[in-house]
Every structure is written in structure tokens, then in C-alpha cells.
Design a protein around this ligand. Structure first.
Ligand code: COA
Length: 419
């Protein structure tokens, strides 16, 4: 069984506001995340103690016309000339940067490492964003056939619904839950329940003297093709994560010195990473992500825990179907039953297995290269009882993050313990 060479602890986390910020650059967002992280270190952080920095970034090159981003981020938070390394694994860039930081500390080379994640997507019009994201697919086979990212996950959703008889309502339930959670997250891009958005539309129609929609429930609203149009059948607008600008920062130190920084450090007790075929058509099945299953198994084996032990998880819900599949790949629910769990409310904040209490990528937002690092921010808050209104109603001594690149060509999973 693989083990880390020495213990690694998280002693600070932070994130910028997530959303669409025409007035900000990636540099501004990263500085904001760094300052937020610095404020979270119980006993204070002297930045001079940081020895290296790993930055997850999918494509500042395509989104902002700026490559070579890691040294720029290091410079903007005053860390030059420390070694700064950019990590790119599509939407898993932040999670893989975190893993690189963990391995660097575990190796004994560094005692204090900063991990960042950044993406500024809103500079491009939506067609440009779609094209930039598509380069994370297989450009030899998939993109010439007309696939986009919503299209990939639509194919996964179609296969899943066909195989397991899942209803589109299961997908919509994931969106409702994640917006419920996102409303309670001050850093989220969408801070509104779907019921609130529905009520807002009704009030607007009344105000303008227009025909008033007859929606009674959130499901009525979500089944209305005008209010919630199809993006790629069967996925609708509220099944998709949005286009987001944002950054996150995580401070890692060796276990021996963790208490010098933090009164309540989190210990990384499991980490796993795997990859898969570059194109969906080469996979034996579309209803599970093999890389996620393997990364999860590695992390569980290293940590010596089981899926039942995990109190909360932040999983990669770039589309609602992805959350359902993730809860099966990670062993929380048996294959083919994740959709029932979603419909029965088992993954809500007060259900037996809270998933994406932050609002997830769906509602908190998905600045692709930052998302994996931002997941650690939520487990940090929940495990330390600092999640405010969205704090779960149980002691969170074990938590997991699960971050996917592309359609599962990369997956990275981490398990954290509070002692
Ligand atoms: N969920 C809910 N509402 C959304 C939304 C989303 N994902 N994206 C946009 N909206 C809302 C906006 O707030 C706006 O609302 P308003 O009219 O009340 O102000 C409205 O929808 C139109 O917004 P706009 O920005 O014009 O939407 P768009 O058509 O340009 O983009 C998507 C919508 C779904 C195409 C875009 O969000 C997208 O491509 N998402 C997927 C991103 C992706 O693939 N990421 C990588 C995953 S691996």
C-alpha cells in the first residue's frame, strides 16, 4: 500500500469571490485568494516561510492571452524568487496542483508550500469559452465530430438514463440542492435558490404586465423550456456549471510543524490520481469514470478508511450528471443508484451524505483551473465548524475532495482528517 513519506497538513485556505469580473485580472483574483488564505492561518503566516508554489491553471493562454502564469502569481504575492510551477490537467488542474504540493512536502524537500488555482474565463464571448474548453477534449476524434463539453456530459447522461432508467428529475434535483447550498456561501457566483429565481421571474412578469408563468414548484420552472432551455439534451441550463472567474489558495506544511501555524490543522491522509483514454469512444462504458474509481480506491487505501467513514465530500459537478456518477464512483452509492439518492435527498446538507455543501461547481462557480483548490476551502471550513449558515449538523472529522479533468481523462481525490 502506498503511503506518504511523511505527514502533510493543511493550515490555511482561501478563495476570491467567484463570479464574472470584467474589471479584474487573474493576478487580482489570486492576490485576493492569497490574502483570504493568509487571514485563515490561526497563528499567522510570514510569507517568507513559503518555500515553493504550485499553481493550477487550465488556460490563461487561451482565456487571457497570458501564458507562463506560475511565476507571475508568485511575483504578485511577493514570493519571487521561490520556485513556481504551473500545473495543467484541464478542470483537474487545481486538484493536481494540490497533489503536487502534498508530494513536495511529503518528500521532505519543502516544509511550507503554497498551492494556488486560477482561471479568468469571462474575457471571452461564450463561443470562445466553449472552444477553449473543447481543447481539453480529444481534438483528433471528438471535437471534429462536433462535441462540446456540455455535449460530452450529455452523452454520459443519456447513457446513464438509458442504462439505469434515471429520470431527468434526478439531474434537476442536484441543481436545486446545489443552488440551495450556494445561496448560503458568500463567495458563490450564484447566491440564489432556484425557488428565488422562479419567484423573481414571476414578480418581474407581474410588474411589467406580461403573462405570468404558472409555475407552482421549482420542478415546473426547471421543466419550462423557456426558463431552463436545453443546452445539450438532456442537459439544460440549470444542469451546467457557469463560466467563472476565480482563484483559490491552500497552505500546506509538514505535519511536525502544523501546530506552529494552526490550532486545528487538517491532515491529508489519502491522495489518489488516475487517468483514462483521451476519447469517450475508447471506453468500455460511459456510466462511470474509471479514473475516478481508481483515484478514490488509492485514496481510501492510503487513508485506511471506507466510503461510509467520509462525512462530507466536495465532488466535481461540472454538470449535474457528473455529481451523480461521482457519488457512485467514490462508493457512496452502488452503481446505478446515485440518481435515486439524489431524488431522495440523501446528499442534501442535512441528509446522510452531504455532497457539495459549498454549492459545488454548479452554484459556487467553476473557474476551471481553480476549482480543485477551492474544494479544499470548503472542507477546511466545514471540518473546523466555520461554514456559517451552511455548516452541516454533525462533526466532520473526515472529508473528501474529488476533482475531474475533461471527461475523466484525469481524476484526483484527497481525504482529510481533523484530529
Ligand atoms: N446555470 C444557471 N444559470 C446560468 C448559467 C448556469 N450555468 N449560466 C448562465 N446563467 C444565467 C445567467 O445568470 C443569465 O441570467 P439572467 O438572464 O437572469 O441574467 C442567463 O443565464 C444568460 O447568461 P449567459 O451568460 O448569456 O449564458 P450563456 O448562454 O452565455 O452560457 C452556458 C450558458 C450553459 C452555455 C455556459 O454557462 C456554459 O458553457 N457552461 C458550461 C461550462 C463548462 O463546460 N465548463 C467546463 C465543464 S467540464
Amino acid at each position: 500500500m502506498k503511503k506518504l513519506n511523511r505527514g502533510v497538513a493543511v493550515v490555511g485556505t482561501g478563495m476570491s469571490q467567484f463570479g464574472s469580473f470584467p474589471e479584474k485580472t487573474t493576478r487580482d483574483l489570486f492576490v485576493e485568494a492569497f490574502q483570504d488564505m493568509r487571514a485563515s492561518v490561526d497563528r499567522g503566516l510570514d510569507p517568507n516561510d513559503i518555500e515553493a508554489i504550485y499553481v493550477g491553471n487550465y488556460s490563461s493562454d487561451l482565456f487571457e492571452g497570458q501564458g507562463h502564469t506560475a511565476p507571475i502569481m508568485a511575483d504578485w504575492v511577493g514570493l519571487a524568487p521561490r520556485p513556481a510551477t504551473r500545473v495543467e490537467d484541464a478542470c483537474a488542474s487545481g486538484g493536481v496542483a494540490l497533489r503536487q504540493g502534498i508530494l513536495a512536502v511529503a518528500s521532505g524537500l519543502y516544509d511550507v508550500v503554497l498551492v494556488g488555482g486560477i482561471e479568468k474565463m469571462s474575457n471571452l464571448p461564450i463561443a470562445g469559452v466553449t472552444d477553449a474548453l473543447a481543447t481539453a477534449g480529444d481534438v483528433s476524434f471528438e471535437i471534429p465530430a462536433g462535441f462540446t463539453f456540455p455535449g460530452f456530459y450529455a452523452a454520459i447522461a443519456t447513457a446513464y438514463m438509458h442504462r439505469y432508467g434515471a429520470s431527468p428529475n434526478a439531474l434537476l434535483r442536484v441543481g436545486i440542492k446545489n443552488h440551495d447550498n450556494g445561496k448560503l456561501n458568500p463567495k458563490a457566483q450564484f447566491r440564489a435558490r432556484i425557488a428565488d429565481l422562479m419567484a423573481g421571474r414571476i414578480a418581474k412578469a407581474q410588474q411589467k404586465g406580461l403573462p405570468v408563468p404558472e409555475w407552482q414548484t421549482e420542478m415546473d420552472f426547471l421543466h419550462d423550456d423557456g426558463a431552463n432551455p436545453f443546452i445539450a439534451w438532456p442537459l439544460r441550463l440549470f444542469d451546467c456549471s457557469p463560466v467563472t472567474d476565480g482563484a483559490a489558495a491552500v497552505l500546506l506544511v509538514s505535519e511536525e510543524i502544523a501546530r506552529r501555524f494552526s490550532d486545528a490543522p487538517l491532515y491529508v491522509i489519502g491522495t489518489g490520481q488516475a487517468s483514462d483514454t483521451s476519447a469517450l469512444h475508447d471506453r468500455p462504458e460511459l456510466t462511470a469514470l474509471r479514473a475516478a474509481q481508481l483515484a478514490g480506491q488509492q485514496a481510501y487505501a492510503m487513508a485506511g478508511v471506507t466510503p461510509d467513514d467520509i462525512k462530507i465530500a466536495e465532488v466535481h459537478d461540472c454538470f449535474t450528471i457528473a455529481e451523480i456518477v461521482a457519488t457512485e464512483d467514490l462508493g457512496f452509492f452502488a452503481p446505478g443508484t446515485g440518481h435515486e439518492a439524489a431524488e431522495e435527498g440523501l446528499t442534501t446538507r442535512h441528509g446522510p451524505k452531504p455532497i457539495n455543501t459549498s454549492g459545488g461547481l454548479k452554484s459556487k462557480g467553476h473557474p476551471v483551473g481553480a476549482s480543485g483548490a477551492a474544494q479544499a476551502v470548503e472542507v477546511w471550513k466545514q471540518m473546523r465548524g466555520q461554514a456559517g449558515e451552511r455548516q452541516v449538523d454533525r462533526d466532520v472529522d473526515l472529508a473528501m475532495t474529488h476533482n475531474v479533468g475533461g471527461t475523466g481523462q484525469t481524476c484526483v481525490v484527497h481525504i482529510y482528517e481533523r484530529r
